[in-house]
Design a protein around this ligand. Sequence first.
Ligand code: CAA
Length: 293
Amino acid sequence: MSVMIKNVGIVGAGQMGCGIAHVCSLAGYKVTLYDLSKERIEASLATINGNMARQVTNGKMGDDERKTALSYITGSTDVQDLASMDLVIEAATEDENVKRKIFGQICPVLKPEALLATNTSSLSITRLAAATDRPEQFMGIHFMNPVPVMKLVELVRGIATGEKTFETAKDFVRSLDKTITVAEDFPAFIVNRILLPMINEAIYTLYEGVGSVEAIDTAMKLGANHPMGPLQLADFIGLDTCLSIMQVLHDGLADSKYRPCPLLVKYVEAGWLGRKSGRGFYDYRGEVPVPTR
Ligand code: CAA
């Protein structure tokens, strides 16, 4: 028996929040996309429109569908606008303190029966749930980037997550035409437990001089049929997110094999975060991406 979800609040208008709003609005949910920054919300609404327009061009949807979906999305910088939401998905930066602060701010506003989820890619659901006023109604609903294209969503229950919450989350994700995998609440769940050590290993391969940026990405694209090379993918995910996930694995599993590559640390310290900052393993500021080393 699951709870009826009619509207969805999304906290954080970054690349993941954008993508989640995109798929929820197309599935017919009214969406409130909340962020502290009005500019970020405006930029996100433009990105969503652009991504949907591309799908219209590619014949994946009609323009009326795009217009209707966009009309379902409302941007907001007022946390009170989350008060009527049936489900709120936190999709802020991969920083536990930031997430806990957000839960502290929004929980008092949410209706008692509202479900609260986090799109965290690695952090403990059980621990995050304990920072809310509703651990039984708290879930990990982990989307993959880019959300409109990636079919998978990982569902992760905290130790206190109720059965009704889990059933509702499953029905909700299925309504988005996504495929579910259920992961236990251990560091980085399934996808990132496997993917990020591979990306970290690619960065070590660069750091130790085994191959160039181009050689490493070409090797994995053509040698393993990956759609993106691991360094290109790291830039796409965000190097700060990659580093956070490696630190969660290293701290959570206490195994040195998860130590983040020093070169990854250096890039993040330099503010070279990948696509979102214009530079990472590639420089995106020109016509075509150019390796930065
Ligand atoms: N946002 C939205 N849609 C996008 C997009 C983006 N950033 N980039 C591409 N697309 C869409 C295009 O619109 C196109 O859609 P349609 O077919 O509906 O028109 C489709 O994706 C294919 O796009 P392209 O042909 O331009 O490019 P491509 O064939 O190279 O595919 C890609 C792009 C889908 C991103 C592909 O390179 C890919 O799958 N890369 C791997 C992505 C991946 O591994 N993601 C998981 C990362 S791990 C994660 O996300 C978890 C975490 O917590 C960090």
